[in-house]
Design a protein around this ligand. Structure first.
Ligand code: DLZ
Length: 167
């Protein structure tokens, strides 16, 4: 089965982010990978009109802490969406499963609790090479995908809010 290139998308289908504000939480664990994810995310947001001062970046020690980092953004800032970026690589223990489950549940809960787009930019791979391939390597950059998803979700939420205002 062909694997999707994470940086391929229709630029015409991406909303303008000029008036939007984003919070990005980055895990320091596997920073060779997550550093590339955040660079891709920021570059793509800017490419679609987001102002540099409207991109806030905070770091957490590991992917397990992404959920709370996201909650801090939701509680203490006025961002329109939160992007969680991390990389969990399968090891010899079940730690991988527990972290992946924790972040997946955590991100889902944040979306619902705050009625705010919280984007799941977590790479979950079997080895380091698979992660590098998806962090600016031959399969693109998951950060690009996360940025595009965030822009689309903010625009979607705005469209609902605009409709309510019109009533
Ligand atoms: C402990 C741990 C392990 C084994 N592996 C990863 C990983 O592959 N990716 C990642 O982001 N974090 C890992 N961590 C750290 C946990 O996410 C967390 O920071 C610690 O368990 C402390 O809560």
């Amino acid at each position: 089965m062909a694997t999707k290139n994470l940086s391929e998308y229709d630029p015409n289908a991406v909303p303008d982010g000029k008036e939007m504000k984003f919070g990005i939480v980055v895990s320091e664990w596997n920073f060779e990978v997550t550093g590339a994810l955040v660079r891709g995310t920021i570059e793509t947001l800017k490419k679609h009109g987001v102002q540099a001062e409207d991109i806030l970046v905070k770091y957490v020690p590991g992917s397990f802490e992404l959920t709370l980092g996201g909650q801090f953004f939701a509680e203490y800032t006025d961002v329109d969406a939160i992007i969680l970026l991390g990389c969990v690589i399968q090891g010899e223990t079940r730690h991988f499963d527990f972290i992946c489950q924790g972040v997946t549940k955590g991100a889902t809960d944040l979306n619902i609790k705050y009625n705010l787009p919280v984007i799941f930019g977590l790479l979950t791979t079997e080895n380091q090479q698979q992660a590098i391939d998806r962090a600016g390597g031959k399969l693109g950059n998951k950060g690009d995908e996360a940025a595009v998803t965030a822009l689309k979700m903010v625009a979607l939420q705005n469209s609902f809010e605009d409709e309510i205002e019109e009533d």
